[in-house]
Design a protein around this ligand. Structure first.
Ligand code: GLU
Length: 257
């Protein structure tokens, strides 16, 4: 069985949660980043542009400090993000370099999407990077964001980016293999966000490393679908996950438009 996409896939946004970036001990998952970079280079060869929305700054910062318990104080979290973001980018640069690609750091806040000129500036920057074949690596700017306006492990941010860039697909890579029904079976295809979907999306989280859970992912799916962008939630541990998704293999949960 293969999937059908309504439009040719030319530009995708891929969101990586913190659990994709570090392991349970807050150590970088270097192999996963290397694999991701290799897959993105394959996608480039097919003429597909890829934008990453990557969390993991706070978790990486905790790893750098040898911590295993997440601080609760906002300033302490912002400090971890400041430490971790630099290391995160160093890791991305290293992984992309292995496959002859370059990447660029773009840090955004909620405000960047509110005002026309600011969002236009973001779009121009991202378009210019994509034109040069550079992979934008976007994260929330945790240093200036306050608790009220946090994006929630970037799920919503990834949807706003996909909308801004008129992406053809939003892929959310997670530590679960898709959206589960009440029997823990993955929905392969969802055509409408029904009350049943809302209900099953609540109450899932991996608070140790990841934040957000399935609820914020479904919120993101709703933003993207309203902009006619299909979404796939899939397990980040699936071998060659992006390549398989683009080959229309039925991986994860596909939210059609
Ligand atoms: N932007 C944050 C990060 O990259 C979100 C994740 C969190 O709040 O733990 O770490």
């Amino acid at each position: 069985m293969t999937r059908t996409f309504q439009k040719p896939i030319k530009r995708i946004v891929v969101k990586l949660g913190s659990s994709q970036i570090v392991d349970e001990k807050f150590k970088a998952r270097r192999e996963r980043l290397n694999s991701l970079a290799r897959q993105i280079s394959l996608l480039h060869k097919k003429g597909i542009e890829v934008v990453l929305v990557s969390s993991g700054a706070i978790a990486t910062g905790m790893g750098e400090l040898g911590e295993s318990r997440r601080p609760t104080d906002l300033g302490a979290l912002q400090a971890r993000a400041a430490i971790g973001q630099a290391v995160l980018m160093r890791n991305y640069i290293g992984s992309f370099k292995k496959v002859g690609l370059k990447c660029a750091q773009v840090l955004l806040t909620w405000d960047d999407f509110g005002k026309d000129t600011r969002s236009l500036n973001v779009r121009h920057t991202l378009d210019a990077l994509l034109q040069k074949g550079i992979v934008p690596v976007i994260n929330e700017n945790d240093t200036t964001s306050t608790e009220e306006i946090k994006f929630g492990d970037n799920d919503k941010l990834s949807a706003l980016v996909a909308k801004l860039l008129h992406a053809n697909l939003l892929v959310i890579l997670s530590n679960v293999d898709g959206l589960w029904d009440i029997n823990k079976k993955v929905y392969t295809e969802v055509k409408e966000i029904t009350p049943e979907i809302i209900t099953v999306s609540k109450g899932t989280s991996n608070a140790h490393v990841a934040r957000g859970g399935m609820k914020t992912k479904i919120d993101a799916v709703q933003i993207a679908r309203a902009a006619h962008i299909p979404c796939i939630i899939a397990g980040g541990n699936v071998k060659d996950v992006l390549v398989k998704i683009i080959a229309r293999e039925p991986i994860g949960t596909y939210f059609k438009v």
